[in-house]
Design a protein around this ligand. Structure first.
Ligand SMILES: Cc1cc2nc3c(=O)[nH]c(=O)nc-3n(C[C@H](O)[C@H](O)[C@H](O)COP(=O)(O)OP(=O)(O)OC[C@H]3O[C@@H](n4cnc5c(N)ncnc54)[C@H](O)[C@@H]3O)c2cc1C
Ligand code: SF4
Length: 546
């Protein structure tokens, strides 16, 4: 553990007096002037942006990250209340379209320092080696310009820094985790019992939740509020895993700073900084390099909103790649009722998962696969689950009063990257007068087949565990892609080190760059990709290969 601290001291920089925020570190933070040409300005301080910031600050770069939302203080800003946590989400308008539109505007992505990981569930699986070459292996999806071994060391590093707890992982590239698995609650026990009866392997983890004290971060207290922002500081998010160390090494985090466009020098074709709005004023931060890390919808939107004489159709969009191949995972959730009390809320929602169905099964009529995980919705989300079955009024109240008897599993189905699933600009404007994103999404037959298969397995598991009733809702999860990495500019926006093909000093380091998504939750991979990009940048600045 000493080696983790030597490269990322965040957990030790948090207070150990029962409070959650090192206010002194924030007050004493380095502050750059707009007219200072800093080495790199990062747009968005979430999963990808924060890792890049921390790595470069440690390497002595003059770096700042601008985030549209606040610099959260868990003690003051977060509440143990489902409805009261709504302010954590990006709820600015977005237009949706397509034959299978993806509902946005609630719990899809985050706004504020720490990004969506502030209220993510905390599952942190790795991608499988096959995810990096689905086109070659299975004839669907895309091949990445890098392979699993390129990311493997970064996976291991980030797993230590979060840190991740779980059993030895037998799937993909088999590996262990730095923290032992957490004890399992009622929902996890049901998953394990049903899976065992059917001969399906399920394992505890992998979750980015401290199991035991980690630096000054306390052990999880199993209160089940992971998706509302963990007030305890047990669940990992960049706010506590990477930003304290970044600040301690001279990085600036500029909160409540909405970037409106990336500026390009028409003569050189290089970016020169970012225009942003802060406190009602229009400002411009000069920078030698820009990295965009605003999430899969906001990153392509910002590039499209940054059109210029040099890039009339949007920054980096000469080959009409920006916004395309945006992916969501099909995420049906199946709940089962049990005679005995389950009390699924009395544990972290992420507990137990199975990747037994992750890879293409030649015996099936679909390609790629799905993962199954415990999900444990709190009461408001549970009410949505019930209302989706058509229950209302008295029937809804009866189901709600029966809440403690229900168990809930969720699947993540690997929906395929399709060129027509894309972000474009709409004629509608947001509160800053900027065109909002219009996200069009349609499923293909393979996607639908995966959802049917996943639902059937989840129902079988819950029945095998003894459920007397099962109900399923259809959902989506995890947006990635939209500015994908590729071998060349005709197939993507950035290369394997996250540098844009079109502009040599512009990088993209968030989930937008993922060409495929596997059936894994994406945050760990996003952080690993950003850590690798940071290494390449640092090597380049030191005269190595960038
Ligand atoms: C309910 C829920 C549960 C999830 N559970 C899991 C899970 O269990 N495991 C997992 O791996 N993943 C999970 N995820 C997904 C995961 O959190 C995201 O994939 C990941 O955080 C995306 O990282 P990112 O860097 O692309 O963007 P983000 O982490 O969202 O960061 C983007 C940041 O950019 C800022 N920003 C955007 N536009 C601008 C702009 N123009 N100017 C300035 N700032 C801007 C935003 O405020 C935000 O802070 C979950 C997501 C949700 C919504
Ligand atoms: S269950 Fe654990 S990780 Fe989740 S919110 Fe509670 S203390 Fe945090």
């Amino acid at each position: 553990m000493r080696s983790v601290r030597a490269r990322n001291e965040s957990a030790w920089l948090l207070p150990n007096d029962g409070t959650r925020t090192n206010h002194r570190l924030r007050q004493d933070m380095r502050r750059f002037a707009d007219e200072d040409e800093i080495d790199l300005v990062i747009v968005g301080c979430g999963a990808g942006g924060s890792v890049l910031l921390q790595r470069l600050a440690r390497a002595g770069w003059r770096v700042a990250a601008l985030d549209a939302g606040p610099f959260w203080d868990p003690d003051a800003d977060w509440v143990s209340d489902e409805a009261g946590s709504h302010h954590l989400y990006w709820t600015d308008p977005r237009v949706i379209a397509g034959t299978d539109p993806v509902p946005l505007g609630s719990n899809n992505s985050g706004r504020g320092v720490g990004g969506s990981m502030v209220h993510y569930a905390g599952y942190t699986p790795r991608f499988h080696p096959s995810d990096f070459a689905t086109c070659s292996l299975d004839g669907v999806g895309a091949d990445w310009p890098l392979a699993y071994p390129d990311l493997q060391p970064y996976y291991a590093e980030i797993e230590q820094e979060l840190p991740v707890a779980g059993e030895h992982w037998p799937w993909g590239d088999p590996h262990g985790y730095p923290h032992r698995p957490h004890p399992v609650g009622g929902n996890g026990e049901i998953f394990l019992r049903g899976a065992r009866k059917l001969g399906i392997t399920a394992k505890v983890g992998p979750v980015a939740i401290a199991n035991g004290r980690f630096g000054n971060r306390p052990h999880c207290i199993y209160r089940g509020f992971c998706l509302q922002g963990c007030k305890v500081n047990a669940k990992a998010s960049p706010l506590i895993t990477h930003l304290p160390d970044a600040l301690a090494h001279g990085a600036e985090v500029r909160a409540d700073a909405m970037v409106t466009r990336v500026a390009v020098d028409e003569r050189t074709g290089r970016v020169t900084g970012v225009h942003y709005l802060c406190g009602g004023a229009e400002r411009f931060q000069r920078a030698a390099m820009v990295a965009v890390a605003g999430y899969s919808i906001e990153t392509p939107r910002l590039l499209l909103n940054s059109s210029s004489g040099r890039f009339p159709d949007g920054l980096c969009n000469d080959f009409d790649q920006v916004g395309r191949y945006l992916m969501v995972q099909g995420a049906p959730q199946t709940a089962g009722r049990f005679g005995a009390e389950v009390r699924m809320y009395k544990a972290p929602p992420p507990e137990v998962s199975s990747e037994e169905f992750y890879e293409t099964d030649p015996g099936k009529d679909y390609k790629r696969g799905f993962a199954i995980q415990t999900v444990s919705p709190l009461p408001i989300t549970w009410a949505e689950h019930i209302a989706a079955q058509g229950h209302w009024g008295r029937a809804l109240r009866e189901y709600m009063s029966d809440y403690v008897h229900w168990s809930c599993l969720g699947a993540l189905c690997e929906f395929l990257p399709l060129p027509g699933n894309r972000v474009m600009l709409d004629s509608e404007k947001d509160r800053y007068g900027l065109p909002v994103a219009r996200f069009s999404y349609s499923q293909c037959d393979n996607d639908r087949a995966l959802v049917r298969a996943a639902q059937s397995v989840m129902e079988d598991i819950l029945h095998a565990a003894g459920a007397d009733e099962v109900i399923t809702i259809q959902r989506y999860a995890h947006l990635v892609g939209g500015a994908r990495m590729a071998a060349d500019e005709r197939h993507g926006v950035v290369d394997g080190r996250c540098r844009s093909f079109a502009v040599p000093n512009l990088y993209i380091t968030d989930g937008s760059v993922l060409p495929t998504q596997g059936s894994a939750n994406p945050a760990l991979t996003i952080m690993a990709v950003a850590a690798r990009a940071a290494d390449r940048l640092i090597a380049g600045s030191r005269g190595g290969t960038d």
